[in-house]
Design a protein around this ligand. Structure first.
Ligand code: NIG
Ligand code: FE
Length: 398
């Protein structure tokens, strides 16, 4: 048991049973000033005001007036990859688009070539550098996708590496099979979709979710429908949709009961309508809008329509080489005009929902995991997004 006391602001309090926040509720969260919080067996036991604090014990921690909040949940990453794509960074600066780089054999296929040549232990070591970086910046739960293997052996190698990360780190790790990330080298389009379907039973032994890059130039709605039909009952869908075009990916994702549909840089009101009343969490990835110069998702319109929105980093070598969830939160505010509390809920409770773990993560609620960020004194949620580059995390508790 341990006690954290002298908490300046305890932020992100939610009643038990709230698994996501939508519409107006996304702009609200429970805050308690001058508080204590007790942890028992790694879980939040209770909390209250300093005026009625339980007696401190040997394991107490003086928060010195810092803010205590739930750690970040990053529900969309591709952090298992080999090498780097810094050469393409120069192509990009010289004016080539993401699609043009991909069409020249760069992009995802470039990462796949590197990954196929990389030994499993080395891939694990390279990926762990990024995992540690994310954890040091306050991420306590992360989803990690395959998708740079693009053949059965290398896809399974990726899923094994993700499993090994999960077994090594204190952060919660969820694993997604993204065989349908690009057409693997040496396959025709049809043969590769068939191959992905063939990989599903083995992938289901390693992964929690299945993803398809349903977008212009990658996989069609029909491919996605076939793949998700084959995965039914084995892997729950989380879809890449509407990054490069209005792709129909949201609709096919909702049809298959996807837990989340992600990217959404290009959406019309039809996508908003189809998401209403579903269990699917729209997830936006401002880091890739920033890096690729794409439009930012219409998060505010989604919330106005009564939906919830999650934000995630999309940490990957091609479209978002950054896993800093504070930067994601800041972009939610600055570029998507979310209020700091809307952005905070998007990177904690709603992103936990988007990876199926909001029963245990994403808010200050008795019974949830004590996976927390303690800041230096005088920080609050607004300052966290506003002064987004000033170090403020004193300790990540997990
Ligand atoms: O989410 N859009 C598809 N996949 C990744 C990018 C992967 C890459 O370029 O390596 C994304 O942005
Ligand atoms: Fe992605």
């Amino acid at each position: 048991m341990s006690l954290i006391y002298n908490i300046g602001i305890l932020a992100g309090i939610q009643p038990e049973g709230v698994l996501r926040v939508e519409g107006k509720e996304q702009g609200e969260t429970g805050i308690l000033e001058n508080a204590w919080l007790r942890i028992d067996d790694g879980r939040i036991a209770d909390f209250g005001p300093m005026s009625v604090m339980p007696g401190p014990d040997r394991a107490s921690l003086d928060a010195c007036g810092g803010m205590l909040m739930p750690g970040f949940c990053d529900s969309h990453t591709h952090i298992v990859y080999a090498g780097s794509r810094d050469g393409e960074f120069l192509d990009k600066i010289n004016g080539l688009s993401y699609e043009e780089i991909a069409a020249r054999g760069g992009g995802i296929l470039n990462s796949a070539d590197l990954l196929n040549r990389t030994l499993e232990d080395d891939l694990y070591a390279q990926s762990m550098v990024r995992v540690r970086e994310m954890m040091s910046k306050g991420t306590v739960a992360m989803e990690i996708k395959s998708g740079y293997g693009l053949n059965p052996d290398a896809e399974m190698k990726m899923l094994r590496v993700i499993r090994r990360i999960k077994e090594t780190v204190p952060a919660a790790v969820k694993s997604t099979f993204l065989g349908a990330h690009a057409i693997g080298r040496g396959y025709s389009h049809k043969a590769y979709v068939d191959a992905v379907i063939g990989m599903i039973p083995e992938a289901a032994k390693w992964a929690d979710f299945i993803d398809v890059f349903c977008d212009e130039g990658f996989f069609t709605v029909e491919d996605t429908d076939r793949i998700l039909t084959a995965a039914k009952g084995l892997l729950e869908p989380k879809i890449h949709a509407n990054e490069l075009a209005v792709s129909g990916g949201v609709q096919v994702g909702v049809k298959h009961g996807a837990l989340s549909v992600d990217h959404l840089e290009r959406t019309t009101d039809a996508e908003i309508e189809v998401l209403k009343g579903t269990g699917t969490m729209p997830t936006m990835l401002p880091g890739s809008s920033f890096f690729l110069g794409l439009p930012y998702g219409r998060a505010k319109d989604f919330i106005k329509a009564g939906l919830g929105v999650a934000l995630a980093s999309d940490y990957n070598p091609g479209s978002s080489p950054c896993g800093d969830m504070r930067f994601v939160m800041a972009q939610g505010c600055i570029k998507m005009r979310l209020t700091p509390i809307e952005a905070f809920n998007a990177v904690t409770l709603n992103s936990a929902y988007a990876m199926g773990i909001s029963k245990d993560y994403g808010s200050i609620t008795p019974g949830k995991k004590a996976a927390l960020i303690l800041t230096e004194p005088s920080w609050d949620l607004t300052r966290m997004a506003y002064q987004y580059h000033t170090p403020c995390i004193r300790k990540v508790i997990q």
